[in-house]
Design a protein around this ligand. Structure first.
Ligand code: GAR
Length: 228
């Protein structure tokens, strides 16, 4: 495979990164790919999907945003472009399966073809995964299988890693372990802290998540996954 070094400029500094597989054109979907986004936080990845969809570059119809946090920044982003959103809080349910059932029913209600976890900070159970088998993808801020879990960026700094990045993978039963779709790598600088490194990782996430959606959508639409 041919890998090349790319560059992003942030303010007065630029950084090199590498993406594999290399980015090509987005797939065309007609009708548009119906996606549901699960997010627990600020939602910058979600915003990038909104932007690319509005520009007509990524053929997705974002049917619904589901969040588990009342004050998540992603809610404002959904409201501002009138994407339906639903807050489903884990604490409102006696069992995790009932919490997930509510999520599943919402995704089915919106006729979602692909579920995109874009900063979803809850571990999902086999119940949920089996309802959308091979149709859930997740973005994670490390080069999996390194630094699984909820503090990946901090762990990479604390561990003295020199290279990290981000990964998009299909969601399978073991946490942060499903088959990889796309990864991007960058250097950790000596003076990096969690804020500076998160910022550069986010810029790469905004590149690989849309392309991973495009690829996963292609597999789903061509029934490739069902026949595996
Ligand atoms: C992203 O960095 C994503 O990789 C991470 O949450 C952030 C969400 O950012 N996800 C995980 O850590 C999942 N284990 P955003 O809200 O700005 O899109």
């Amino acid at each position: 495979m041919n890998l090349s070094l790319n560059k992003i400029k942030i303010l007065d500094k630029s950084f090199n990164y590498i993406i594999s597989p290399e980015i090509s054109e987005f797939r065309k979907f007609s009708p548009k790919l119906k996606i549901g986004v699960l997010a627990s936080g600020n939602g910058t990845n979600f915003q990038e999907l909104i932007n690319l969809s509005e520009k007509g570059e990524l053929d997705v119809d974002i049917k619904v945003l589901i969040t588990n946090k009342d004050d998540a920044g992603c809610i404002k982003r959904a409201r501002s472009v009138k994407i339906p959103h639903k807050i489903i809080r884990g604490r409102d349910f006696l069992q995790k399966e009932l919490f997930e059932l509510e999520i599943v029913n919402t995704l089915i209600h919106y006729d979602v073809e692909l579920v995109v976890m874009a900063g979803w900070m809850k571990i999902v159970t086999p119940f949920f995964i089996n309802k959308f088998k091979n149709k859930i993808i997740n973005i994670h801020p490390s080069l999996l299988p390194a630094y699984k879990g909820g503090s990946a960026i901090n762990d990479s700094i604390l561990n003295g890693s020199k290279i990290t990045g981000c990964s998009v993978h299909f969601v399978e039963e073991e946490v942060d372990s499903g088959s990889l779709i796309m990864q991007a790598a960058l250097s950790i600088r000596d003076d990096d802290d969690i804020e500076s490194l998160s910022k550069r990782i986010h810029m790469l996430e905004h590149k690989i998540l849309p392309h991973s959606i495009s690829h996963a959508g292609y597999l789903i639409r061509s029934n490739f996954m069902e026949n595996c």
